[in-house]
Design a protein around this ligand. Structure first.
Ligand SMILES: Nc1ncnc2c1ncn2[C@@H]1O[C@H](COP(=O)(O)OP(=O)(O)OP(=O)(O)O)[C@@H](O)[C@H]1O
Length: 312
C-alpha cells in the first residue's frame, strides 16, 4: 500500500503549553482516519500542521512523498482542507464559490465546469447552485464549504469537525459524501467529537489526549483491548476519601480513573466486582449521588484510556 502521510516525532508548543507532544503515525492510501479526542487534545494543531497552515517545532512530516517544510507548495496543490470555521463568500452564488476555490488550481474551462458540477452534486447542493449562501442553513453552508475544499479532487482531504452543530439531514449528506470521496480514491483524515461518526466511517481511529496519541487501531481492536469489560461511573461527592490502589486490588478490576467528581472503574464483565466496589466506597466514607454502567464500546474504550468522556 502507498503511504500518504508519514509523521515522526511531531511537536508543537504555544508558549510553554505543549499542544502536540511528539507524535508519530502513518496513513495509507484510501484510508479514512478518525481523529478523536476531548477539547484541547491537540487535534486541530495536528491537522493545521498537516494542512501546512502551522509550522511544527520539531519532527518530520511527509505528505504524498513531499517534505512538509521544503515542499509545502507541492503539498498544497494535492490536499483539500475543510476548516472548523466555515470559509465561504456569502454574497456570491454557491456555484461561484466553488468555481472560485477550484479555479485557484489552473484547470481549463471545461474541466473546471465539470469539477464544479461534480462537487456540488456530491454535497447535494447542485439544485441550489444559483442561490447565495446567506440564504442557506448552517448545514448547507458546511456542505458548500466541503464542495469548495474538494472540487479540485485532492488526493488527501483533511476535515476538522465538519459536522459540528448541524441538522441531521446535512450531517447524513456529509457522511455519505465522505464515503463517496473515499470510493473515488481519496484518503481522508477526519476529526470529530462524535463517536458514532467515527464508528460508522473510519477504517482506523487515532485517539489523542494531552498532545499524545494514546491509541491507534481499528474500532474492533480498541474495544477488544479493554476486554469484555464493563465500565461503572460514580458521581462522587467527597472524592478525597478514595484510594485508587485499594479499588485496583479488587479482583476483576482492570482500570480506575478519577476526574473531577467522576470515578470510572472498568471491570471484567463476568466478575461480581460491583458489590465489592460499592462496599469499599461506603466503608471509606465515600458518598455518591449516581452510578451508571456501560458495556464495552468505543465510548467506554475512550473513557478507559483518557478518564474523560468525549463531550464534557
Ligand atoms: N493559538 C493558540 N495559542 C495558545 N494556545 C493554543 C492555541 N491553539 C491551541 N492552543 C492550546 O493547545 C492545546 C491543543 O489545542 P487544539 O486546538 O489543537 O486541540 P483540539 O483537540 O483541536 O481541541 P478542540 O476539540 O477544542 O478543537 C489546547 O490546550 C489549546 O488551548
Amino acid at each position: 500500500m502507498d503511504t500518504i502521510v508519514s509523521v515522526s516525532n511531531l511537536e508543537k508548543s504555544y508558549h510553554s503549553k505543549k499542544a502536540v507532544a511528539g507524535i508519530s503515525f502513518s496513513i495509507q492510501k484510501g484510508e479514512i482516519i478518525g481523529l478523536l479526542g476531548p477539547n484541547g487534545a491537540g487535534k486541530s494543531t495536528t491537522i493545521n500542521i498537516l494542512a501546512t497552515v502551522l509550522s511544527p517545532d520539531h519532527g518530520e512530516v511527509q505528505i504524498l512523498g513531499y517534505d512538509l517544510i521544503r515542499e509545502a507548495k507541492s503539498i498544497k496543490k494535492e490536499i483539500g482542507i475543510v476548516p472548523q470555521d466555515i470559509a465561504i463568500f456569502e454574497e456570491i452564488t454557491a456555484e461561484q464559490n466553488v468555481r472560485f476555490f477550484a479555479g485557484l488550481y489552473g484547470f481549463k474551462r471545461n474541466k473546471l465546469n465539470e469539477l464544479v458540477q461534480e462537487a456540488l452534486e456530491l454535497v447535494g447542493l447542485y439544485d441550489k447552485k444559483d442561490d447565495k449562501p446567506r440564504t442557506f442553513s448552517g448545514g448547507m453552508k458546511r456542505r458548500l464549504n466541503i464542495a469548495c475544499a474538494i472540487a479540485h479532487q485532492p488526493k488527501l482531504i483533511i476535515m476538522d469537525e465538519p459536522t459540528v452543530g448541524i441538522d441531521p439531514q446535512s450531517r447524513n449528506h456529509i457522511l455519505n459524501s465522505i464515503k463517496t470521496l473515499r470510493q473515488n480514491g481519496a484518503t481522508i483524515i477526519y476529526s470529530t467529537h462524535y463517536m458514532e461518526e467515527v464508528e460508522s466511517l473510519s477504517d482506523r481511529i487515532m485517539i489523542m489526549n494531552e498532545g499524545r496519541i494514546i491509541a491507534e487501531d481499528t474500532k474492533e481492536n480498541l474495544i477488544q483491548n479493554i476486554g469484555n469489560g464493563i465500565t461503572y461511573t460514580f458521581k462522587i461527592n467527597n472524592f478525597n476519601q478514595i484510594n485508587k490502589n485499594e479499588i485496583f486490588q479488587i479482583h476483576g478490576v482492570t482500570n480506575v480513573q478519577l476526574t473531577g467528581k467522576d470515578l470510572f472503574i472498568t471491570s471484567e464483565k463476568n466478575k461480581d466486582t460491583l458489590h465489592s466496589i460499592v462496599s469499599l466506597l461506603l466503608d471509606n466514607g465515600c458518598s455518591f449521588e449516581k452510578m451508571t454502567s456501560k458495556e464495552a464500546s468505543l465510548e467506554t474504550a475512550f473513557l478507559d484510556l483518557t478518564g474523560r468522556s468525549l463531550r464534557d
